[in-house]
Design a protein around this ligand. Structure first.
Ligand SMILES: [Zn+2]
Length: 217
């Protein structure tokens, strides 16, 4: 098949093309049906269907079948491909709709940063209770550990959380690590109490200052 023909078939919305030639179509399941434009009939036997990702037509009455190019060739009575291409050149072509653009991924890094800025110092908070229950006494809780009073867990409930920020090599915050806890400083009653959010490539997550415990997320 020549490439202008291939191109035409690839970029043409066959259903719109058929409808533009006066053939009303009705949807039935995944296919479209209408009265055949190539023979006289009272009940629809002309169908438009998708095969291997390409739209094709087929009439179960007269046997006319093919793709968008074949449709033009048949409906305009073209003697050969050259005539059909000339015919295409002189008519408006209903374009195949481009697939919807992929949704931009939610910027989890920005969201993580927002949550980080909502956090409060961990001193005197359930985070301190939580650390103490784990045998960690800190005179000074490091800056990278903070307390968030109400974070939504993916399971739906809202808990206080210990939040650790994650830096990249440029010292920019690219994500956070959340440990969901109770106001009394116990682990929250969820399947996963520890969850990361944001971008972590090449980043180490120190949940505690080096020394007592070092945990890598
Ligand atoms: Zn027919």
């Amino acid at each position: 098949m020549d490439s202008p023909i291939k191109n035409f078939v690839a970029r043409t919305d066959l259903r719109a093309l058929v409808e533009a030639h006066g053939c009303a179509l009705k949807r039935s399941g995944a296919d479209w049906w209408g009265l055949c434009p190539f023979h006289s009939e009272n009940t629809p036997s002309f169908s438009i269907y998708q095969k291997n990702g390409r739209w094709r037509f087929k009439c179960f009455g007269c046997g006319a079948a093919g793709d968008a190019f074949d449709f033009v060739r048949l409906i305009h009575g073209c003697r050969d491909n050259r005539e059909a291409l000339a015919c295409i050149g002189s008519m408006p072509v209903p374009r195949e709709q481009p697939p919807p653009a992929e949704k931009p991924k939610k910027d989890t890094g920005a969201y993580a940063l927002k949550l980080w800025h909502e956090c409060r110092p961990a001193h005197g908070s359930p985070v301190e209770l939580y650390l103490r229950k784990r045998g960690i006494e800190l005179d000074l809780i490091p800056y990278f550990l903070r307390f968030h009073p109400a974070l939504k867990h993916p399971e739906g409930q809202i808990f206080p959380a210990m939040v650790a920020c994650i830096h990249n090599h440029k010292n920019e915050i690219t994500g956070i690590h959340r440990t969901f806890i109770t106001p009394e400083g116990y682990k929250a009653p969820v399947c996963k109490t520890k969850l990361a959010l944001g971008s972590f490539s090449g980043c180490a997550i120190y949940l505690y200052p080096a020394g007592p415990v070092l945990e890598r997320g």
